[in-house]
Design a protein around this ligand. Sequence first.
Ligand SMILES: Cc1cc2nc3c(=O)[nH]c(=O)nc-3n(C[C@H](O)[C@H](O)[C@H](O)COP(=O)(O)OP(=O)(O)OC[C@H]3O[C@@H](n4cnc5c(N)ncnc54)[C@H](O)[C@@H]3O)c2cc1C
Length: 402
Amino acid sequence: MSVVSNASRRAVLTGLAGTVAGCAVTPATPVTGFAPRRIAPILMAPERIIRITVCTRPFRATGPRLDVESVGETKVVHNYGHGGSGWSLSWGSSAIAGRKAMALAGLAGGPPVIAVIGSGALGLTSALQLQRMGARVTIYARERAAFTRSMRATGSWTPDSRIADADRVSAEFPALWEQMARETYATHQTYLGTEGDPVVFSDRYMLSGGADLPRSLEPPPIRTGPGVKPIRFAEYRLDGLAPRSFPLPASASPFPVGETRMVSAMQFNVAELAHRLETEFLAHGGRIETRTFNTPADMMTLPEKVVVNCTGYGAKALFEDKELIPVRGQIAWLAPQPEANYGLHFRGVTVLSRPDGIVVQATRNDMNGVGIDDETPDRGEANATIGLVAPLFPPIRRLPSG
Ligand SMILES: Cc1cc2nc3c(=O)[nH]c(=O)nc-3n(C[C@H](O)[C@H](O)[C@H](O)COP(=O)(O)OP(=O)(O)OC[C@H]3O[C@@H](n4cnc5c(N)ncnc54)[C@H](O)[C@@H]3O)c2cc1C
């Protein structure tokens, strides 16, 4: 095994710095053998932050709510509470809710007329699944897709992220979860290779070791809400579905760390994906109306008598769902770098390059943010998170100010 010094591995990255400055694109090449991989360095510095977003994951200990409730004459099919897996379970969960809604609406008197409340990942996919099943659909939502919490997601395939409490979930849930995950994975793939690349596969590097790399700042603290007890989050695996990771020899790793594993993983370019789903829905005759529901009884005023409720964390207040627990998550977005088309995980930080910016997110502890619904951005947390992964890349030289 050849030994490559940290200095020369850094050089692989540094060698491309000029390319970045000149705006020429050098895409990561597929693995053929184990030649050193040349990838464009990410300009990892707080000065590159374009926005900081905070989102609340809607976590339920028993998993997403998919039952039917009667509100007067109106039948409400619930489809919310997908924790950190909303995009990853969206199509499958919405197919289940859609079939229930279609059965309730019946076919007498022409196409079923069904309402969807909410325009996030679950609302959009519910509306499209219902259209594909033959229904006429109106979405009612307080916020349009671009302004929902779903837009603040990382964009990774994470079907079992904070999806249930292993000690509270039913014995039947794993099979239901698998059904949702498999259908979602397959349906997202129908958008691969389509205009705008709403869904792509990208390279991810899982990095460990690197103890000799500097730390410019302490890691951000793990925070939970008052009185929160530890949760044993359920973990599920799907055999033979997604590509598997493999180790890269040190000589082939573009990063100056002890161990590198690599995998090709599904990535949602969320801004483009949500725009595509909304456009598709409207093009097929769907309607979107801005509307806020203050109580479930407000739904009785709709002309539709079957409603799919996709209000995400909003369901906590609307349906007084005490099981719904907020899980805060923050992302620092760096200016987009299309030439750096990969992601990585190091020191409990996830980095993912997307067309609308580079995600930098602290992901080292699943309890982080549990019980917190404060969506105020924390600049200190953003800087500390960037500081943990910045040493992977060539330093950015800062000119003295003044
Ligand atoms: C930092 C972070 C990163 C994440 N990354 C990923 C990821 O990579 N992959 C993944 O699969 N998941 C990820 N998630 C989880 C994902 O974001 C959520 O599971 C998902 O957004 C939930 O979608 P939703 O449609 O249920 O809710 P929302 O996106 O919150 O949409 C709710 C909709 O309902 C409407 N609404 C709510 N209340 C009312 C009301 N009273 N009246 C009218 N309308 C109402 C809203 O306006 C909105 O349109 C992440 C979460 C966080 C916090």
